[in-house]
Write a protein that binds this ligand. Structure first.
Ligand SMILES: NC(=O)c1ccc[n+]([C@@H]2O[C@H](COP(=O)([O-])OP(=O)(O)OC[C@H]3O[C@@H](n4cnc5c(N)ncnc54)[C@H](OP(=O)(O)O)[C@@H]3O)[C@@H](O)[C@H]2O)c1
Length: 254
């Protein structure tokens, strides 16, 4: 892939996170201008020291839970990488778990993503939005429980199955599936070019000051910390490059 010649501008949400910070770095390395959104300015010092950051990186305070929060960040952007996601999925022992999950976790997540898409719509400059989906939304089994020979984007776990069986990490999977569904519906109605990258679990060197959750998961067999997630052998750098260079997002980077 050729390095971009024209200086394009991309917004990266969740830039303080594990994937987000690598994505910011990758885009700066490619000569792009980056509008990085962060919730807490104190957590983004590592971004400011990135090569090219002094000239081509702008930081914006934005929260998915605040309406209109992304308006300034996406203004003038050619593309938006939506990486931010709340990773808080604890559900208290309650009778009506379904209602709790829907109202306290899924609905705010959907609202936040639609809030961002709305900002993209109003900006008028955004040509494509890239969502960060997860391998955990995929299934390798058919309805009868048989293993599939190939798993691709058609193998999404049915939402009903997640609600009914509540497998390990089900709240995360459900939130991802329903947010994606709502985002694609909104994009279709409003004419937004939206694509979703199915990201595997990533691990490797990190730019964040804290050990990222997915690295903790992959190290858990060694550390003994009990965690749950599907594991895949891919480095963070590859993961962020995959996002930046995937066939879906590449056209906006050309
Ligand atoms: N890491 C993986 O292996 C993996 C695999 C598949 C998919 N993904 C997806 O990739 C994305 C990034 O994952 P990650 O591992 O990089 O996670 P991460 O390190 O926890 O980063 C999450 C980012 O989202 C931000 N965020 C959380 N709640 C927010 C809110 N209400 N408003 C605005 N920003 C908010 C966080 O900001 P703060 O720093 O302020 O908390 C942080 O910057 C997520 O969508 C995740 O589902 C990750």
């Amino acid at each position: 892939m050729e390095e971009s010649k024209v200086e394009m501008t991309y917004c990266v949400t969740g830039a303080t996170g594990y994937i987000g910070s690598w994505l910011v770095k990758s885009l700066l390395q490619r000569g792009c201008r980056v509008h990085a959104t962060v919730r807490d300015p104190a957590k983004c010092l590592h971004l400011l020291s990135l090569a090219g950051g002094d000239e081509r990186l702008m930081l914006f305070k934005a929260d998915l839970h605040h309406e209109g929060s992304f308006d300034e960040a996406v203004k003038g952007c050619d593309g938006v990488f939506h990486v931010a996601a709340s990773m808080e999925f604890s559900v208290p022992e309650k009778e009506n778990v379904g209602n709790y999950v829907r109202s306290r976790i899924v609905d705010p997540a959907i609202k936040g993503t639609l809030n961002l898409l709305n900002a993209c719509l109003n900006a008028k400059s955004v040509k494509r939005v890239v969502l960060t989906s997860s391998i955990s939304t995929m299934t390798a089994k058919d309805d009868a429980g048989n293993w599939l020979p190939i798993v691709d984007e058609s193998c999404r776990t049915p939402i009903d199955r997640v609600w009914n069986t509540k497998p390990n990490g089900w709240v995360y999977v459900l939130t991802k599936l329903l947010t994606e569904e709502a985002a694609f519906q909104f994009a279709k109605e409003k004419g937004i070019d939206l694509v979703s990258v199915i990201t595997t679990t990533v691990a490797g060197p990190f730019l964040t000051p804290m050990v990222p959750l997915s690295v903790q998961v992959l190290l858990s067999p060694i550390t003994g910390v009990k965690m749950s997630s599907k594991q895949a052998q891919i480095t963070t750098k590859q993961g962020s490059r995959a996002l930046a260079l995937s066939k879906y997002s590449s056209s906006i980077l050309e």
